[in-house]
Design a protein around this ligand. Structure first.
Ligand code: CP
Ligand code: NVA
Length: 308
């Protein structure tokens, strides 16, 4: 049985297989109504539990649609309404759910919750975001980059703003797919040391450049994310905004990157905060393709989990 917990925990050969399969199914579905089932139905007869301890639009709808297209069924569960929200252990929850469902996708806070769920579950577990990582998002981003620009090997990728969970998964991907990553943001919000060390250990060049204008020089891909994540103390909003304002992605900054550089954002975006509408809706932005690819890559991840 396979779990999909993080990009650095999955072999690169398998990650590439997941990407190939996602591209194949995406192309066979082009122009079909969204509810049309796939020709192959690897999830036929299977029930997938989608557990959310945090809000979601993309993850929730794309997993739900993906399961349906692959012939399976879903139940969407809110963590607060489950007994895990009221003191039942994660291990017991995993043991119980394994008796009812064939796969679990969870969006949670502490990474420990995901890991404990996977440890005690007899069915595959997929990471739908924790405070530390968001691997499904970054797999969709890699798929989108390859689709638009070809291989990402050796490219210069720049992350602006908060070195958060999405940024950590991007560092894992830098190590696995062989691109270089420049982080530009305040020192207090630099990415996790472990993720940087992982990327470097795999030979990827990771640079920290606090000057956003210098950071984006020669960039092939620019990404940012919200200045305050769901797990952050919302009372820190004003202080965070003051710290992060110099790292807003705007047209002036995009002009300093390579002419054909593309812009990504996992969404939801806070327009005129971390990114201006001019960039988000501009010719270099691929954010809605990126969002669409969540569906295709996650279908591929789910069928990969069931392969063994
Ligand atoms: N990008 C992403 O995971 O979006 P949601 O929070 O809407 O799921
Ligand atoms: N960093 C954001 C990503 C949302 C998809 C968060 O964790 O809130």
């Amino acid at each position: 049985m396979r779990h999909f917990l993080d990009i650095n925990k999955t072999d690169i050969t398998e990650l590439n297989k997941i990407l190939d399969q996602a591209n194949n199914t995406k192309s066979t579905r082009a122009d079909l109504p969204k509810g049309t089932p796939d020709q192959e139905k690897p999830l036929a007869g299977k029930m997938v539990a989608l557990i959310f301890e945090k809000p979601s639009t993309r993850t929730r709808v794309s997993f739900d649609m993906g399961v349906r297209q692959m012939g399976g069924q879903t139940m969407v569960l809110s963590g607060a309404e489950m007994q895990i929200g009221h003191g039942e252990s994660i291990a017991d929850t995993a043991r119980v759910l394994s008796r009812y469902v064939d796969m679990i996708m969870i969006r949670t806070f502490a990474e420990a919750t995901l890991l404990e769920l996977a440890e005690y579950s007899d069915v595959p577990v997929i990471n739908g975001l924790t405070d530390r990582s968001h691997p499904c998002q970054i797999m969709a981003d890699i798929m989108t980059y390859q689709e638009k620009c070809g291989s990402i090997l050796g490219k210069k990728v720049v992350w602006l703003g908060d070195g958060n969970n999405v940024c950590s998964s991007l560092l894992h991907a830098a190590g696995q797919f062989g691109f270089n990553l420049t982080f530009s943001g305040p020192q207090s919000l630099e990415p996790e040391v472990k993720s940087i060390a992982y990327a470097r250990s795999k030979g990827s060049k990771v640079e920290i450049e606090c000057d956003a204008s210098k950071a984006v020089e020669g960039a092939d891909l620019i990404l940012t994310d919200t200045w305050l994540s769901m797990h952050d103390d919302q009372a820190a909003r004003a202080r965070r905004h003051n710290l992060l304002r110099p790292y807003q992605v705007n047209t002036e900054l995009m002009k300093l990157a390579n002419v054909d550089a593309i812009f990504m954002h996992c969404l939801p975006a806070h327009r005129e905060e971390e990114v201006t509408s001019e960039v988000l809706d501009g010719p270099n932005s691929v954010v809605f393709d990126e969002a669409e690819n969540r569906l295709h890559i996650q279908k591929s991840i789910m069928s990969w989990c069931f392969e063994k």
